[in-house]
Design a protein around this ligand. Structure first.
Ligand code: O7M
Length: 220
């Protein structure tokens, strides 16, 4: 479970080296609740670089590789990510129960949170056609929460009404993709996920503060 202080997760989609990454993160760490890393880190600084980040910055690290393979591969990846200091992992719901069952149990045993992707901020029409099925699947698997798009507030409201307060809802698509800061929170999300609006800004701290003020007084 991600501890909520601010309601904001940084999508850290950068190809920077670890030194530059750590300096940047230290500048805004007090404003964000978790750092989402993924393919950009894996392909640029590699697993050892990710480990350096998780050792260098004291926060919750969410791995977004949208994992979605057969059970045996999923389980290997989860174990390796745990060794790198990762706390939570985003997985595709679309692979179905058989591929998710074992990994959900393994993750609980290892203390890793699974967040299931059940809709997408762009496209994702097959997900949206099967929303109820995937939400129910997630609740039966005993995962930590769901990824729901800030660009589709009606989906956030629907998922929140289905799962109550027992699951965390993480919402990407804020800013560059069109989601208005604060709207996902107003619709029922626990965390808004923001990347480029912060990372590409000349003054990341000021932008982050203005997003936080929208999250504190959430509306669409
Ligand atoms: O704020 P952005 O648009 O620069 O970044 C959005 C991040 O959220 C980026 O890291 C995407 O991979 C991720 N994301 C989406 O944009 N849309 C989705 O439907 C799902 C995700 C995702 O899984 O984020 C947790």
């Amino acid at each position: 479970m991600i501890i909520r202080h601010n309601g904001l997760i940084l999508a850290f989609d950068v190809d920077w080296d670890t030194k530059r990454s750590i300096v940047f993160l230290r500048g805004i760490m007090d404003l964000i609740d978790a750092v989402k890393v993924g393919w950009l880190q894996l392909l640029n600084i590699g697993p050892n670089g990710i480990k350096e980040l998780t050792l260098g910055i004291n926060t919750y690290f969410l791995a977004d590789i949208k994992l979605g393979d057969i059970a045996h591969i999923n389980e290997y990846v989860i174990r390796r990510l745990r060794d790198l200091g990762i706390n939570g992992v985003i997985m595709h719901a679309v692979t179905g129960r058989e591929n998710l069952n074992g990994v959900a149990k393994l993750s609980r045993d290892l203390g890793i949170d699974i967040f299931l992707l059940i809709s997408m901020s762009s496209g994702g029409e097959l997900y949206d056609l099967n929303l109820d099925y995937n939400v129910k699947l997630g609740t039966e698997l005993g995962i930590a929460g769901f990824v729901v798009p800030a660009t589709k507030p009606s989906i956030i409201r629907r998922v929140r009404s289905m799962v109550g307060n027992n699951y965390q809802l993480l919402s990407p698509g804020v800013g560059v993709q069109g989601g208005k800061p604060g709207c996902a929170t107003a619709s029922g999300a626990d965390f808004e996920i923001v990347g480029r609006s912060i990372i590409n800004s000349e003054s990341p701290r000021e932008v982050t503060l203005s997003i936080l003020s929208a999250i504190k007084d959430p509306r669409c």
